[in-house]
Design a protein around this ligand. Structure first.
Ligand code: GAL
Length: 826
């Protein structure tokens, strides 16, 4: 489903822009344009992806940190001696060429603790996935980036700024030897004006120091400029960042919208900004328009406001996520100075304390997944197309909701949610009312409040020190006041794991329960007026393709049976939520496995989580099929485990079926093991003494037989199979294809236990940027062209170059027949 990449509307926006060479011929650094820019606009927004060089610095030794902090004079004189690496003359020939987004943690070796805790105890270093980051590792926790940036002479008189979608973390930005910005938070975007310091018509040197010595979470967070950086060029009179607000409401078949567009005049003289506001419907037709003139003082700000209405407005929904666009065209004395685009959706939603969530007036259980932001092979530096791919996998499982746990996501993830149709709980990292935390919260709301996907602002997650007390209530109220002022249209929520009813609980509009699903009924009876949802549910742990627990090898079976003490099976929480309309839904912990937090073992050698319905590559575990059966309408029968158990001859093996049909018969080597009725939201189970051969699940629905589902004892692996999610790629140096390699026997049957060393070879303008296999115990390199398959599967992420052409990828493994896919990049 939906293998179409970026949605057409966003593609049009991306394509509309100026090319890199239009900004600076010969500069290697300048990428293509992004949202907010358009062909006819004096505004240019260029992604700075290529041409960067990277080197590790040092957290407290200036000699190894390119002079940063030497003589303690870094801040003494403007633009003098801040750091050698910030100077134009600095020789970075020995630095590595990198492309953004970039996560240097991915290249660091997995590093077990020098003094591990006693057997059976958890290792605190497990949380971040055993990467050598943090105060104990000063020589791998700081990274430096340099980018030569030639700004052509025709930019004289323009305003220039840089927008970082996010970098992890504690960032110092230098331009031409000047410190131009400092920003701590690793997840929140930041912008800096560089007009004063930039040299127009000349080369510039942009330097960025990133210090990941401190973490912000209890999971893998990556390190470096792991999101995009944009150069934004505007006229002095322009719409500032996130300067358009559209609140659209359906009205009959049409819609009306309140529009507010901010304007800035960065000149001495007053200016009359002539603003034309236009609404484009999802087909690109102009459906509403309004003009006005706004007087702006010298260095002043102003706003254009309008109430627009149009007669036909296709709604944004999960099934048809139709996006409108607002275009603000600004002229001064008849000369166009800006053209700013903002996409938005027309839709309504509400949380009802008795009946749950409604989208566009229709009741809709939130079938959600919490996710962290990393993926196999690339860590936190996730290409845009991979954001889309991950949302596609979640939707294929049946999800209609996503929780960005526990931090502001990159905007491209939310683009995918807007474009593909999935609603989002958007979350800030720190629950605090100090200035920095409030600034991050404000940034989050301003950035994302036009997005139709966003349905709630989450201000905290399991803040055990404050969630149940008066201090927490005060902090929560302060945060909520800010959110309400910026966006009165969406509720504020927080995820609690105890103290339901106290502290923060009555402050929020919608209360999130992390686990403790059985407590929800009593809470609802006590507080019937407050909507509730499962902000984290499940935390069921599974290793993909494994069916016997093995603590020594850190393996947990993929039956829906294992979970930590605070959590539950999928079936336990979902039967509670499914059967109670007042529970608005639940967000499983998690959609995908992620690095770090290798629960239940939480010690070496496991380095990644076991919580995902899918593994870290997005390969489904068996619980994926449980959710898919109950979260999607199509008839489904999923049978497991595999039937390759030479070491368990005669042993009784639990055979499970996740199915949403009426009844299922299990047949083993031709013999019926009996027909069972399916009880909604529950699995079926048989006990089968193992003999090689086959097992088959025969499902029946409405009196009709479904195609039988079989697991057979396979032969020795003989060949590989290779597939790609898409064959046509964009030659933009960013687009990726997701390749899956699987191991097959001589009869083409999947080999469910094969661990084969696969090597990927590429011909043509593309490269493998990362590999993975979903094994939480694997310590193999992510950035490599080779990987062991894990239980028959491995993944390679192939990224295009900036030139097109045919691409051939071949997967080989010793003793097995190779497999090839052909892609085309244009
Ligand atoms: C929750 C927490 C998540 C994750 C999860 C594991 O307490 O909010 O981030 O740690 O537990 O079950």
């Amino acid at each position: 489903m939906m293998g179409k990449g970026l949605a057409a509307s966003r593609r049009a926006l991306l394509k509309g822009g100026l090319t890199a060479t239009a900004l600076a011929a010969g500069s290697p650094a300048l990428g293509q344009t992004g949202p907010g820019a358009a062909a006819t606009s004096p505004r240019r927004r260029l992604r700075l992806s290529d041409g960067w060089r990277f080197a590790l610095g040092h957290a407290h030794d200036p000699d190894r940190d390119f002079g940063f902090g030497r003589d303690q004079r870094t801040y003494a004189k403007a633009g003098m001696r801040v750091a050698e690496a910030a100077e134009a003359e600095f020789d970075d020939a020995g630095w590595t060429e990198v492309r953004l987004p970039h996560d240097w943690a991915i290249d660091l070796p997995f590093t077990p603790s020098p003094s591990p805790p006693p057997e059976g105890e958890e290792d605190p270093r497990a949380a971040h996935g055993f990467k050598p980051l943090g105060r104990e590792y000063p020589d791998t926790s700081v990274g430096w980036y340099r980018l030569p940036l030639t700004l052509p002479a025709d930019l004289a008189g323009k305003r220039l700024s840089l927008e970082f979608d996010g970098a992890f973390r504690d960032v110092t930005v230098f331009l031409n030897g000047h410190i131009v910005h400092e920003h701590e938070g690793g997840y929140s975007p930041f912008r800096l004006d560089i007009t004063d310091v930039a040299a127009v018509g000349e080369p510039n040197i942009l330097t960025v120091r990133v210090d990941a010595s401190l973490g912000e979470g209890w999971f893998y967070e990556g390190a470096g400029i792991y999101r995009h950086v944009w150069l934004v060029v505007t006229d002095p009179v322009h719409v500032p960042q996130w300067g358009a607000l559209v609140r659209a409401t359906p009205e009959g078949d049409g819609a009306n919208a309140e529009v507010v567009v901010d304007l800035a005049n960065e000149t001495d003289a007053p200016a009359d900004a002539e603003v034309r506001l236009t609404v484009l419907d999802p087909n690109g037709a102009r459906v509403a328009e309004q003009r006005q003139t706004v007087r702006l003082d010298g260095w002043g700000k102003g706003q254009a406001t309008a109430a627009l209405a149009w007669p036909r407005a296709p709604l944004w929904s999960i099934e048809t996520p139709r996006l409108h666009r607002l275009v603000a065209e600004v002229s001064v004395a008849g000369r166009p100075v800006d053209r700013y685009e903002q996409s938005f959706g027309v839709r309504t939603f509400r949380f009802d304390p008795r009946q749950g969530f409604f989208l566009n007036g229709r009741s809709m259980k939130l079938l959600g997944a919490c996710c962290h932001q990393d993926h196999a092979g690339v860590g936190a530096a996730v290409p845009d197309r991979l954001q889309y791919w991950r949302i596609e996998q979640l939707k294929a499982m049946g999800c209609n909701a996503y929780r960005a746990s526990h931090n502001p996501p990159t905007p491209e993830l939310l683009d995918a949610c807007d474009d593909l149709g999935i609603v989002v709980i958007d979350e800030t990292r720190r629950m605090a009312s100090d200035r920095a935390a409030m600034a991050e919260l404000e940034t989050l709301v301003r950035r994302d409040r036009n997005r139709p996907s966003v349905i709630a602002w989450s201000i905290g997650n399991e803040e055990q020190a404050i969630q149940g007390n008066a201090r927490g209530a005060r902090i929560g109220r302060t945060m909520k006041r800010l959110v309400n002022r910026l966006d009165p249209t969406r509720p504020v929520t927080a995820a609690l794991d105890q103290s339901f009813g106290e502290g923060v609980s009555p402050v929020v509009d919608v209360l999130g329960f992390n686990y403790r699903t059985p407590l929800m009924e009593g809470y609802h009876q006590r507080v019937p007026g407050q909507p509730i949802l499962g902000s984290e549910t499940g935390s069921t742990v599974q290793t993909r393709g494994e069916y016997v627990r093995d603590d020594a090898r850190h393996i947990v079976p993929a039956y829906d049976t294992e979970h930590p003490w605070w959590a539950s099976t999928a079936e336990e929480w979902w039967t509670i939520a499914a059967e109670r309309p007042y529970i608005a839904g639940g967000f499983i912990w998690t959609g995908f496995d992620y690095r770090g937090e290798p629960t239940p073992f939480n010690r070496w050698p496991s380095v990644a989580s076991y919580f995902g319905a899918m593994d870290s590559c997005g390969f489904p575990k068996d619980n994926y099929w449980f959710y898919r059966a109950w979260w999607r309408p199509e008839p489904l029968v999923h049978l497991f485990p595999h039937w390759d158990w030479p070491e368990r001859l005669g042993e009784t093996i639990p055979v499970w079926v996740h199915a949403n049909v009426d009844r299922v018969e299990l047949v083993v080597n031709g013999q019926s093991m009996g027909m069972k009725d399916v009880v909604p939201n529950r699995h079926l189970e048989w006990a089968v003494p193992y003999q090689p051969g086959w097992i088959e699940a025969r499902g029946w629905k409405d009196g009709r037989a479904l195609p039988p589902v079989r697991r057979e004892t396979t032969g020795a692996p003989t060949r590989l199979a290779l597939s790609a999610d898409r064959e046509r790629l964009d030659a933009d140096g960013q687009d990726v294809a997701m390749l899956a390699v699987s191991v097959l026997d001589s009869r083409g049957r999947f080999s469910p236990r094969a661990n084969e060393q696969v090597t990927f070879e590429i011909e043509g303008p593309a490269r493998v940027i990362g590999v993975g296999n979903g094994n939480p115990v694997s310590h193999e390199a992510d950035r490599a062209a080779t990987r062991l398959t894990f239980n028959g599967l491995a993944q390679a992420i192939v990224q295009t170059e900036r030139r097109g052409g045919p691409i051939t990828v071949t997967a080989r493994a010793p003793g097995l027949r190779a497999a090839t896919v052909r892609l085309r990049s244009t």
